[in-house]
Ligand binder design. Sequence first.
Ligand SMILES: Cc1cc2nc3c(=O)[nH]c(=O)nc-3n(C[C@H](O)[C@H](O)[C@H](O)COP(=O)(O)OP(=O)(O)OC[C@H]3O[C@@H](n4cnc5c(N)ncnc54)[C@H](O)[C@@H]3O)c2cc1C
Length: 262
Amino acid sequence: MDKYHPQLELAPRDIVARAIVSEMELTKSTYVYIDITHETPDLIKHRFPNIYEFCLNYGLDMTTDWIPVAPAAHYMMGGVRTDMNGESSIPRLFACGEVSSTGVHGANRLASNSLSEAIVFGRRIVERVRSLEPLAREAHTGYASERIGAPAGKMAERRLKLQKLMVRFAGLRREAHGLTKGLEELRRQAPLYQTEMTTREEFEYANLLTCATLMMEAALMREESRGAHYREDFPDKDDLFWRKHTLMHRERGIGEEFIGDV
Ligand SMILES: Cc1cc2nc3c(=O)[nH]c(=O)nc-3n(C[C@H](O)[C@H](O)[C@H](O)COP(=O)(O)OP(=O)(O)OC[C@H]3O[C@@H](n4cnc5c(N)ncnc54)[C@H](O)[C@@H]3O)c2cc1C
């Protein structure tokens, strides 16, 4: 890690993750090793009892063996915009936890803040819902327009391909060419929205496709690097143009909100 940051493994997690990917590419490997064998067995077992047990189940003894690791998607900053009571722009529709964007995290969520956020906003939502008058009319759900034919292909296969596409083009390191290619591929799948979906898997896939497209569009538009968002073609943070949130709205399109406006 001394090649990458003076704080070594204690560097911010986005820097550590990118360093790991660089080393994996250099060595053509699917993992790197963590070596904690310099610590005493007592310290390792007491400080990391769960990880110690977990590794033992896979035949690895952390006190003597190196541990193979690779970066994984850990959290998504952003999401459904809510107010301080967890309510979205659709009245009475609430979002809580990782799916929501409450505005309390920066561009790189600090360790363990997601669970405290879920607890705080979960409680706020309950309090807000309790204060609401019941609706006088019944809610109706259904398609807004006519849809034709069933979705093509097996959803499990399409889902796996979508995951791979996102890791490849909108993962730890991004650049305009890859993001454009990824976006073209996602947009080619737009006819899915015109089909008559019936199963849970189909609806979930359509939702994943929507999220993926929004992420890819936002990542392509933001020409700077900040927090976990890293553009190889724009490696610097650019406060002058980009110290703002990107908001995407179905009717209003893409908008921006300067930090301090909220
Ligand atoms: C490896 C890893 C380590 C992490 N470590 C930490 C940490 O140390 N500290 C910290 O604060 N955060 C950590 N996080 C982040 C944190 O775990 C998540 O942000 C948090 O769990 C999100 O909670 P949630 O309830 O919003 O979503 P989830 O926990 O993802 O819950 C969503 C639930 O909805 C269900 N669901 C999905 N689709 C449907 C459907 N169609 N119908 C019905 N149910 C559905 C899912 O099965 C799931 O149970 C970590 C995340 C990962 C991946």
